[in-house]
Structure formats: C-alpha cells, structure tokens
Design a binder for this molecule. Structure first.
Ligand SMILES: Cc1cc2nc3c(=O)[nH]c(=O)nc-3n(C[C@H](O)[C@H](O)[C@H](O)COP(=O)(O)OP(=O)(O)OC[C@H]3O[C@@H](n4cnc5c(N)ncnc54)[C@H](O)[C@@H]3O)c2cc1C
Length: 392
C-alpha cells in the first residue's frame, strides 16, 4: 500500500483531537486524523446523554472560532449563572455568581455527544483533513525526518508531527516511550441524569462530603446531571440500586436540594486517575488532552484544559516560520505555554481531593474554615474564577 505524507497526524478524534484538526484549517498544513471508533450520529429522540460537560467561556469562544458553537442546539444547553459549593460540616459554603462577576454565565452545560457530532460533521467538510476511521494503529516508528504510523490494514502514514490525542491511556505516548505517573484515586465518577421537582435556577451545586464529592449540573428544564466521585466499593453499591432507590439516595445526599428526583438516564461510572506524563513533547511528538494530563473531575476542567492545548498547539504550528512541524524547538513553545495552567489544575484538583478525602478532625476544621474564608475574600474568589473561566 502506498505511503501517504502529511504535515501533522493526530491519533484520536475525541473532542480534543477533533478540535485540533479543525483549528489547523487556515495553516496550510495537511492533516491526517486517525480514530478507532465509528462516528455516532446524535439520536433524534428526546433522550439525554449521560456524559455532560461544563464548558468554560474560554472553550466556548474557541469552539465558536471553529464555527461549531453557534451550530449547537441551544435548547439542549444550559448557562450556569451561579455555583454553590458546600463543606462537610453542613454550614460552610462558597458562592460564585455570574451577575456579581459581571459575566453572562460562569459556564455552559453541554452533552458530550452533541459536541462530538458537531465536530465530526465539520471535519467531514474540512478539505485539509483526511480521516482514517475506523482505524487500528499497529506500529509507530519515530525517525529523524518523520514519524511513521502503520495501521492494521497496511496503510502507512508519514507525518512531520504525530499528535497523541488518544486519551488517558494513550497508545502513541507509550509507543513514543514517554513515561507517565498514574495515581489511581480508587474512586469511580458515577454519572446519571435526573428530573427534579424543584427548579435549579441555573445553579451548579457541589457538596464535599466524607463519602465523596457530589455535583449537580443544571440541564434544560427541571433536570440535572449528577457527577458523584465515590470510593470504588460505595460507587459499585450505588450502581446496583434500582432507579427509584438511586434517585432517593442521590436526593438524600443533597438534603433534597432539588426536591424529589427521578432517574432519566442509566447511571455509568468512570475510574478516576491523576495521570502526569514526564513531558508534553519530544522530537516529532506532542501530547494533547487526556493523553497529556488526566485530572480529577471535581473542577469540571479536563476537556477545557484539552481545548486550550488544541488552541495553543494550532497557533504555535501556524506561526512555525521556517521550522518544521515536528521540530523540538517549535514544540517547546507549546510545552512552555501550557505547563503552568496544567500544573495548577493538577495541583488544585489533587489538593482539594486529598483535603476532603481525609477524616482527620483538624483537617475538617481547616477545610470548612477555608471554604468560608474564601467566600469572604473577593480577590481570592476572582482568581479562582479566572482560572475556571479559561481566558474568555
Ligand atoms: C465523570 C467525569 C466527568 C467529567 N466532567 C467534565 C466536565 O464537566 N468538564 C470538563 O472539562 N471535563 C470533564 N471531564 C474530563 C473529560 O471527560 C476529559 O478530559 C475528556 O473527555 C478528554 O478528551 P480527549 O479528547 O483528550 O480524550 P478522549 O475523550 O479519551 O478521546 C480519545 C479518543 O481517541 C480514540 N482513541 C484511543 N486510542 C486510540 C488508538 N489507539 N487509535 C485511534 N484512536 C484512538 C478514542 O476512541 C477517543 O475517540 C470529566 C471526566 C469524568 C471521568
């Protein structure tokens, strides 16, 4: 089979890899996008995806530049206008309000499949991108002049730069010999959607509790999406419950904040890890998205970090001048530009997780006083907010 030459080959067409491929459209670069899964169309029924993302205004602006944000069905999205975070003493709380911060919204809540389908649709019409899908990667050899990827069907893809956008357990990262530390939180993130009897009024709620971190994200109408990070055994117990028992259990954990709940999508669970590769780049290789960093979902920032990777890498490649795409001097600009934000998010999410995951009495006092004090410190709240908004 003939060898096909590209400037950039991206392995993984999840949200991050797809957005990177689209973002490269005005750079004059020829892009290959390799994906293992078959693209799914959005069902035309009224069902809801149980994978829901809090998308920061910064990410929304990036997706708007890619031409896909305005094309999303606004009826299926919610603007988060306020956030209420509660400590484990039942009293201390931290509040954020878009109105007080002079913003239209703090975040948008969007279904994963809606975003993914919009990105795939735009890619099918993108002349600079060649899709290899569904495809299975068989071998990757990194040479001085190119990275050479062989697919299981014998197709050979040569690229100046190979981008790993293939998720937390990245095959490309492993083939490139980039080591990554992997700390399991020994927790599962349990997700499910519910109808509620009380309105959420555009508020996202989060409870830091001894048994785990519970979040309610507002969906259109009287509905919400839950993410509950729990020790594996507790999470498994939850998954065994009948729909009515699960609904009652989740409502009870929030002290009936949104009234009586009714399960509207089956619960699903995801293992939670902190994955930190030793580097984001090496000659002819760049890591983006979860392949570059997997963080605890308590801040709802994983895919937002990934979109920022895609945006920065695309702009570094656009401004490559005389350097080749896989040149390590060029790739260092990407790594330098992303290092601080990624590190800050890894430390904040890991630190908070550890702080609320311990039952030492003194720590209980520290975390609740800390939450209440932060609520009174306008400057600190603004800094936290700035981080979460993702440079709108
Ligand atoms: C419970 C939970 C809740 C979350 N909530 C939020 C939130 O509210 N906001 C937020 O910002 N983030 C959130 N996240 C994080 C978010 O899910 C991830 O950061 C995001 O999905 C990473 O996207 P990605 O494209 O990098 O990787 P992935 O979504 O893992 O996509 C990788 C793609 O690569 C493909 N692939 C893998 N291996 C290969 C291969 N060898 N060859 C070809 N293709 C391959 C896969 O099929 C897939 O399409 C949450 C995570 C969890 C677990």
């Amino acid at each position: 089979m003939a060898i096909q030459n590209f400037d950039v080959a991206i392995v993984g067409a999840g949200l991050v890899g797809s957005s990177l491929a689209l973002a490269l459209r005005d750079t004059g670069l020829r892009v290959a996008l390799v994906e293992a899964r078959v693209p799914q169309a959005v069902p035309v029924d009224a069902s809801w995806d149980n994978r829901i993302y809090a998308i920061s205004p910064g990410s929304a602006q990036f997706l708007e530049q890619l031409g896909i944000w305005s094309a999303l069905d606004a009826q299926r999205m919610t603007r988060v206008e306020a956030m209420a975070i509660f400590g484990d003493d039942g009293q201390s709380r931290l509040d954020f309000s878009a109105y007080e911060a002079g913003l239209g919204q703090l975040a948008y809540i969007v279904e994963s499949r809606l975003l993914q389908a919009a990105l795939w649709q735009a890619l099918e019409a993108a002349p600079h991108v060649q899709l290899f899908c569904p495809a299975t990667c068989a071998a990757l050899v990194i040479e001085v002049d190119a990275a050479r990827l062989t697919l299981e069907d014998g197709t050979e893809i040569n690229a100046q730069l190979m981008v790993a956008a293939d998720g937390a357990h990245s095959w490309v990262r492993q083939q490139a010999g980039i080591k990554a530390s992997d700390k399991s939180y020994q927790q599962l993130g349990v997700v499910a959607n519910f109808a509620t009897t009380l309105p959420h009024q555009g508020t996202a709620f989060q409870w830091f509790q001894p048994e785990g971190i519970l979040a309610y994200l507002p969906l259109p109408g009287n509905r919400m999406s839950m993410v509950w990070s729990l020790q594996e055994a507790l999470a498994q117990d939850l998954l065994q419950l009948a729909p009515s028992e699960l609904s009652a259990r989740v409502a009870e954990a929030s002290n009936q904040r949104l009234g009586v709940l009714e399960l509207i999508t089956p619960a699903a669970a995801f293992p939670l890890h902190l994955i930190e590769p030793e580097t984001l780049i090496q000659p002819r290789i760049a890591l983006v998205g979860d392949a570059a960093h997997q963080v605890h979902p308590l801040a709802g920032q994983g895919v937002n970090l990934g979109f920022a990777d895609a945006k920065v890498l695309a702009s570094v490649l656009a401004e490559r001048g005389l350097l080749g795409c896989g040149d390590v001097y060029l790739l260092r600009r990407y790594a330098r530009a992303r290092r601080e934000e990624i590190l800050a998010m890894q430390r904040v999410t890991d630190g908070l997780q550890n702080l609320f995951n311990r039952s030492w009495p003194m720590l209980g006092w520290v975390r609740n006083v800390g939450l209440a004090a932060t609520n009174r410190l306008t400057w600190l709240k603004q800094q936290l907010l700035k981080q979460a908004l993702g440079n709108p």
